[in-house]
Ligand binder design. Structure first.
Ligand code: F7E
Length: 329
């Protein structure tokens, strides 16, 4: 039997990191995670999404802002695959503090690539690209060849990471891929993102704990899928003999308003009675409409999403209802 493959996941405590870690463990991988020191100091708060995996994975403290800490970690383990998911990923926050978003997202990616090149040039590298790179879209639907036009410091940082990843692939003959993932959600999504803000507030309203939901632009349209399907796509990309870039998307676009309507409908309520538009949640520059064309990954790698939009919304609302009810017992 060949030895288990060793994978390193940066951002393992996040939504995608936690699903990916589960999937890699199921496939027999030895899973390592790079985490901030503070996560190890307060595991009950910072590692909630991977609490059920802690006895099966190895966590290493390091910082995306420190090349020596990344170098040190990579020098000590012969990783076969590295999934670089760590980032400041909240677009609105990137307008408030573009400098730290750029620093973590661009330099962090560069440090990972540079350390791998120096120490483990055979290790495969995955970069978490984003549909935010398309921004003010140049064509619809967006595919791998669509030009980028980012509309936020976050989007700009992802374009830089994408280009760095491509450049390491071409200049140093390293196996480096980028997944251009459209929005992907689920019950483990952070509360600041619109889908989870909606599902959590719907559950609170239904259970009498809240009376309204304040949102920004209800007309923004996104191509929403389930994070579990998208982390499966990350692994698939890394198994193909040649490194390449792929769009991962459902191909369906829905507005924030549609999401509200369906989520409130799930508990028998009319969203129009509860949703209030609040200027504070508008962004200085918006990405109005995204919809992806994922023909390439579907044809080349046989990827197919298992969740529909309707199932996604239902699962998120039900999970929030259950978790509030459980916390009340
Ligand atoms: O916003 C609108 C908001 O914050 C979606 C990240 O994972 O996906 C995500 O980025 C839309 C925007 O996600 C509120 O203006 C209205 O048009 O859930 P979001 P995002 O910005 O699309 C991409 C692919 C990534 O890579 C990112 O890392 O919803 N919206 N009202 C609101 N958004 C939020 N957060 N809160 C509101 O109250």
């Amino acid at each position: 039997m060949s030895p288990a493959k060793k994978a390193l996941i940066t951002g393992i405590t996040g939504q995608d990191g936690s699903y990916l870690a589960e999937q890699l463990l199921d496939l027999g991988y030895e899973v390592h995670g790079l985490v901030r020191r503070v996560a190890l100091e307060m595991p009950e708060h910072r590692t909630e999404r991977i609490a059920h995996l802690l006895d099966r994975i190895t966590l290493h403290p390091a910082s995306m802002e420190s090349y020596p800490s990344i170098f040190h970690l990579i020098s000590r383990h012969e990783f076969d695959e590295c999934y670089h998911l760590a980032a400041q990923s909240f677009v609105a926050e990137s307008f408030r503090d573009g400098f730290s978003t750029m620093n973590i997202n661009i330099n962090g990616t560069h440090y990972m690539l540079a350390a791998l090149r120096e120490l483990r040039p055979k290790c495969r590298f995955y970069f978490a690209g984003s549909s935010e790179m398309f921004g003010k879209v140049r064509e619809t639907p967006q595919r791998e060849t669509t030009p980028f036009y980012p509309r936020s410091p976050y989007g700009i940082s992802k374009v830089a990471g994408f280009e760095l990843t491509r450049n390491y692939r071409e200049a140093y003959d390293m196996y480096c891929v980028s997944g251009i993932l459209f929005n992907h959600e689920g019950p483990r999504r952070g509360f600041e993102f619109v889908t989870r803000k909606i599902s959590a507030t719907v559950a609170r309203i239904k259970l009498g704990l809240a009376t309204e939901l304040r949102l920004g632009n209800l007309d923004a349209q996104r191509d929403w899928g389930h994070a579990k399907d998208y982390t499966r796509a990350m692994h698939l990309m890394m198994q193909y003999p040649e490194a390449d870039d792929y769009v991962v998307a459902s191909g369906e676009s829905h507005s924030v308003r549609d999401f509200c309507e369906r989520a409130f409908g799930e508990v028998g309520l009319d969203y129009e009675k509860y949703v209030k538009v609040d200027e504070r949640f508008y962004r200085p520059a918006e990405v109005d409409q995204l919809v992806g064309d994922s023909t390439k990954i579907r044809k080349q790698l046989g990827w197919q999403p298992e969740y529909t939009f309707e199932q996604l919304v239902k699962e998120m609302v039900q999970a929030d209802l259950e978790s509030i009810e459980k916390s009340r017992q």
